[in-house]
Design a protein. Structure first.
Length: 202
């Protein structure tokens, strides 16, 4: 049994950010206590001198641990929080497959779906001011996911892992970017939301 610090970790997060949702989903699922400090990207609260002293990259999510250490990057934070849990496959090849999806999520998925959603739903840019290459990129990442899920319930090894949580974060929000979820993805989103006991938009 692990002894938990009486002082919880602090998550600096923006409730509109899928990257921040990932950290919340993992902490909630694993029962890790935390204090959430709402840090608005739109209000430039990630660019104050106080926040930049914690994370010079000026980005959320950021976690501050009771011992004073801080950790940025959503997938790095998830990996740290989930260390030793079933969310990280123990078998080396399955673990590598989970990493494969985590890297793909950051390089190909988040940079398309999250960027299009932010520009449309939050910056409210007219379509003529949005990079037209974003739409085919979004379509391509959703098609790749749909194809992978045709004969699978989860992304790796038929069991819930960080790969599902990383990909869930912005995929479930893709309709806010005007993107329709193909059927297998829509079923997978519901399945993972049930697994994680997500009842509403965080
Ligand atoms: N790769 C990073 C991306 C973090 C990121 O882009 N955070 C955005 C919110 S989703 C942010 O804080 N933007 C504020 C800014 O860049 O000023 C991660 O996964 O944590």
């Amino acid at each position: 049994m692990t002894t938990q610090s009486p002082v919880p970790m602090t998550i600096y997060g923006d409730s509109i950010s899928g990257n921040c949702h990932k950290v919340k989903f993992v902490a909630d699922y694993l029962g890790i206590p935390y204090l959430w400090i709402e840090t608005s990207v739109l209000q430039k609260e990630t660019r104050t001198p106080e926040f930049l002293a914690l994370n010079p990259a000026g980005q959320v999510p950021l976690v501050a641990f009771p011992d004073g250490r801080v950790l940025a990057q959503s997938n790095a934070i998830m990996l740290h929080l989930a260390e030793g849990s079933a969310l990280i496959p123990a078998e080396p090849f399955a673990r590598a497959q989970m990493f494969q999806w985590l890297f793909w999520e950051q390089y190909s998925h988040e940079t398309a779906v999250a960027v299009l959603r932010f520009r449309k739903a939050f910056l409210k840019l007219p379509e003529c001011e949005i990079d037209p290459a974003l739409w085919p990129r979004c379509t391509a990442v959703l098609a790749l996911m749909e194809n992978h899920l045709v004969q699978r319930r989860y992304f790796v090894d038929e069991t819930l892992s960080l790969a599902d949580i990383a990909l869930l974060a912005y995929t479930r929000l893709a309709p806010e970017a005007g993107l329709a979820l193909p059927p297998e993805i829509a079923r997978w989103v519901k399945r993972i939301e049930v697994d994680l006991k997500i009842t509403a938009q965080p």
